[in-house]
Design a protein around this ligand. Structure first.
Ligand code: NI
Length: 256
């Protein structure tokens, strides 16, 4: 059994064949899918999907791209959603210094506000980071012990992995690990402690090598697990088992 810990199957890219996509994920032994919101509309879409399917959970949050849109009203709505039994984390939130679609000071402000909410509600968080480790890690370090979560689609090197682990975070590995030139991420996948590893697709984006450039979907998280198993010289079943256990512990059991 495998869990896709980061999917966006609420998006319109899946409107034509969402049921077929879910059927294929079932056939590929994907037991659970965490559907990630990244603004108001996609957060709502995630909750709606989670209400329809027992094996789907949802998150609500504001992506750094849209940080400028995080009004007090939207934050209030996220707070309301957070009480929903199928909403198990906040995010994705974080910093994106690659595309800079919101000004950096506004990105930081929206990030801190969502971190405050996560701390208050004791909910785990999904972190988006692009070219911003130098700012994200100190922000998380300042709250060490009071927050938990995953650095999704981890793209740092082993040194950044160790810093993230020291804060208590999990490492989310996605399809990039299957790309032949992704040496840093492959090294991370090899060295991350077994109890901090999560697998994800980030679909519809970042399809693994065998589908690279095409639409990604939850079933393909198997290809991620397979590559990690090869790198760690273990079985795909073991990767499935430990990442499922980690997911349950982080998201489905109450935080301390
Ligand atoms: Ni995402």
């Amino acid at each position: 059994m495998f869990i896709d810990s980061h999917a966006h199957i609420q998006l319109s890219q899946f409107n034509g064949d969402r049921d077929a996509v879910l059927k294929r994920s079932h056939e590929a032994e994907i037991s659970t899918i965490l559907v990630i919101g990244f603004d108001m509309e996609t957060s709502l879409g995630a909750v709606e999907l989670a209400e329809k399917h027992t094996h789907i959970y949802a998150t609500v949050g504001m992506h750094p791209h849209d940080a400028k849109d995080l009004t007090p009203d939207i934050l209030k709505t996220f707070r309301k959603f957070a009480a929903h039994p199928k909403v198990i984390a906040l995010g994705e939130m974080g910093l994106d210094y690659y595309r800079n679609l919101s000004p950096r000071p506004l990105q930081k402000e929206a990030f801190e506000k969502q971190l405050d909410l996560a701390e208050e509600l004791q909910m785990p968080i999904i972190i988006h980071n692009r070219d911003a480790y130098m700012d994200i890690l100190p922000i998380l370090e300042a709250r060490q012990g009071r927050i938990q979560g995953v650095l999704h689609c981890f793209t740092g090197d082993v040194e950044l992995m160790h810093r993230s682990l020291a804060i208590g975070f999990h490492i989310g590995i996605g399809g990039i690990v299957t790309y032949p030139n992704a040496k840093d991420i492959q090294a991370v996948a090899q060295e991350v402690p077994e109890d901090r590893l999560l697998i994800e697709t980030d679909c519809p984006w970042l399809a693994p090598q065998f589908r690279r450039g095409k639409r990604n979907e939850p079933a393909y998280v198997r290809a991620v697990a397979e590559k990690i198993a090869e790198l760690r010289r273990t079985s795909i079943e073991t990767v499935g088992k430990v990442t499922t256990r980690n997911f349950q512990k982080l998201f489905l059991e109450k935080l301390p």
